[in-house]
Write a protein that binds this ligand. Structure first.
Ligand code: ATR
Length: 285
């Protein structure tokens, strides 16, 4: 990290924050672009969030990335926000403007859109099964819709949450959205061109999703937003059955692009070098 009196500084705010890969991502770009700046991890408790954000703004920070549990509080304290933050009622990026305004943005959905686009191109006319109905599923719906999907079947362990989310999101998007329980998997799976896991199942410390992949058509692609571990059981099984599998690192790398640009003024590139650096960081975890 190079930081002189003229360098720009930004943070990542969470509780805990030690698991965040933002310092690795931004550090890689700062180093390869030879920019004078730093992104520092800041462990901040829920009750201290608003006070700390004000202090960081006054100290000349450009802004912060926001992670669990502060995404909703970040949205609530901002003066204005982008459409995605409004749809999610949550923000993963706060930009501190020179006139004192705090802007809330949600770039999680951009990460998924760019990751899917890089792997598959547009999804015009295609059908997707989206697993999960939390904040990540909300962003995923925006991303899939922006790529032109025809239909998204939203399946969740608790069906009522999937139904509520599909009703809330339908007015915001063009794709048809149908909510239901995971018990509808057998019926939904054969129609899907893409499966997206947006649940936290399969994440280190959580039980994996147990889905019968024999119902998928051979051309179906399987994407997992989980990146720790990178090789989830879902992706391993998909690959073993001959499906194309997309891991969560693409989404992670792409969601950081708009943050870096907002903090440091340069649009960075997602590259194999960055991916290798993240794989190395994850292996040290
Ligand atoms: P996020 O904001 O990251 O999406 P969240 O709002 O806590 O996090 O949502 C987590 C999602 O993972 C939910 O859809 C949850 O299902 P429920 O709504 O039924 O709880 C889903 N999830 C977590 N663990 C799961 C598991 N073992 N099997 C299936 N779904 C799981």
């Amino acid at each position: 990290m190079r930081l002189t009196g003229k360098g720009r500084i930004a943070g990542v705010v969470g509780w805990p924050v030690s698991h965040s890969l933002s310092p690795v991502l931004h550090g890689y770009w700062l180093e390869s672009l030879k920019l004078d700046g730093a992104l520092v991890p800041l462990a901040i408790r829920r009750e201290d969030f608003a006070r700390c954000i004000a202090a960081l703004q006054q100290s000349g920070f450009q802004g912060v990335n926001v992670t669990v549990p502060h995404k909703e509080a970040a949205f609530a304290l901002a003066h204005d926000c982008d459409t995605a933050a409004k749809a999610a009622q949550a923000a993963n990026l706060l930009v501190f403007h020179s006139d004192g305004r705090i802007e809330a943005r949600n770039t999680d959905w951009v990460g998924l859109r760019e990751s899917v686009h890089a792997a598959m191109g547009r999804l015009d006319g295609l059908s997707v099964v989206l697993l999960g109905a939390g904040g990540a599923a909300r962003g995923a719906l925006l991303a899939l819709d922006a790529l032109g999907t025809n239909k998204v079947q939203l399946l969740n362990r608790h069906a009522d949450k999937a139904l509520a989310l599909s009703r809330a999101m339908q007015p915001l998007i063009k794709s048809e959205v149908l909510g239901g329980g995971l018990d509808q998997w057998e019926k939904a799976a054969p129609t899907a061109d893409l499966i997206v896991n947006s649940t936290s199942a399969g994440m280190r410390g959580n039980p994996p999703l147990t889905l019968d992949l024999t119902h998928l058509k051979p051309s179906a692609v399987v994407l997992d937003i989980v990146y720790n571990p990178l090789d989830t059981m879902l992706l391993r099984e998909a690959r073993a059955r001959g499906h194309r599998a997309i891991d969560g690192l693409g989404m992670l790398m792409h969601q950081a692009v708009p943050s870096f640009e907002a903090f440091f003024g340069v649009r960075p590139q997602v590259s194999e070098g960055l991916r290798a650096r993240l794989v190395e960081a994850l292996s040290r975890d």
